[in-house]
Ligand binder design. Structure first.
Ligand code: C2E
Ligand code: MG
Ligand code: MG
Ligand code: MG
Length: 291
């Protein structure tokens, strides 16, 4: 009983404003320290191209090699970081690592278009375009290998600024992808208000096609519409053979998910791409279902 009471007291303290302040102060410092000591690492998730049947793209996903807590998922620190300027530091750290990776791919003779996630807060910084240009000029890379993933929430705060920043990067040759389409406030009308070239169907949306015929109908018609609107399309969350075949059959350009590969570190990514050959069963499937 006493132990239980002690536990409850502890919970009470954890929830106090003071504790919260101390914890967030500590985490902020840990992240800053982590940036300084390069504890953050980019993992790469291969993205399969249904036309060439090879890996033509990848998404850079941040991981934290925490000295005490091990490898941490972005869910354990990105939402926290997004509440302050910390996310701006992290996002630029990721951009720099992504530019380095694009340079290394080139040296390995790999043509991989790399997608990088940017938070709205970072993208809408007043000096974002300047800072981006500065970083870019330090790395002599072909900008057509960079893709930036944004969620529709970037438009919530300042639509004009969002469009201006997108146009500025567009004129540098950088393409944009709308992430997590089909969730939240994503609206079809807003699609054409911004210069997105790629639309990523949200993974929950994709996975729902597995056991929900209505959802399959929605995905199928959505993809047809996006094609007619000249968007390149990506399905995220392609976790199994069923979804892989379904979205190959539907007019979807790029497939991303555990069925193809989980996100892996740089070395494993390079060897995955170099050794990738489409499964023989898949080749047979393709022959019978040419679209
Ligand atoms: P996201 O951009 O939508 O990234 C896709 C997430 O889905 C990744 O999780 C990926 O590992 C996971 N995923 C991919 N295929 C499958 C699948 O078949 N099944 C399932 N269940 N999951 C799959 P991850 O790496 O944990 O990243 C989570 C989120 O954190 C990302 O969602 C993105 O919003 C954010 N994030 C990751 N890296 C960065 C970054 O460098 N900067 C910023 N600002 N956010 C990041
Ligand atoms: Mg993403
Ligand atoms: Mg996504
Ligand atoms: Mg997602």
């Amino acid at each position: 009983k006493a132990k239980q009471l002690g536990k409850n007291q502890c919970v009470f303290f954890n929830n106090s404003i003071y504790e919260e302040f101390i914890n967030s102060f500590a985490l902020t410092n840990e992240i800053l320290h982590g940036i300084e000591f390069e504890e953050f690492e980019l993992y790469f998730q291969p993205i399969y191209n249904t036309h060439s049947r090879t890996i033509t793209n990848a998404e850079a996903l941040i991981r934290w090699n925490h000295p005490k807590r091990g490898l941490l998922s972005p869910f354990s620190f990105i939402p926290f970081a997004e509440q302050s300027y910390i996310i701006e530091k992290l996002d630029f750290y990721v951009l720099e690592k992504a530019f380095q990776a694009i340079k290394s791919f080139k040296q390995e003779n790999l043509n991989i278009i790399l997608s990088v996630n940017l938070t709205g807060r970072t993208f809408l910084m007043d000096n974002f375009v300047d800072q981006f240009r500065k970083l870019l000029s330090a790395y002599a890379i072909d900008t057509s290998f960079i893709k930036i993933e944004l969620t529709e929430s970037i438009a919530l705060n300042d639509e004009n600024k969002a469009r201006n920043h997108m146009d500025a990067l567009n004129s540098l040759g950088i393409n944009f992808s709308m992430d997590d389409f089909g969730t939240g406030y994503s609206s079809i009308l807003s699609l054409k208000k911004f210069p997105f070239s790629n639309i990523k169907l949200d993974q929950n949306f994709v996975m729902d096609s597995q056991n929900n015929k209505d959802s399959e109908i929605i995905n199928s018609n959505l993809l047809n519409m996006l094609n007619e609107l000249n968007f390149e399309t990506t399905a995220e969350g392609v976790e199994n053979e069923f979804l892989f075949f379904l979205f190959n059959y539907l007019p979807c350009d790029l497939l991303q998910g555990y069925f193809i590969s989980k996100p892996v570190d740089y070395k494993r990514f390079v060897s995955f791409v170099k050794n990738f050959t489409p499964d023989i069963a898949f080749m047979e499937f393709k022959k019978d279902n040419t679209r």
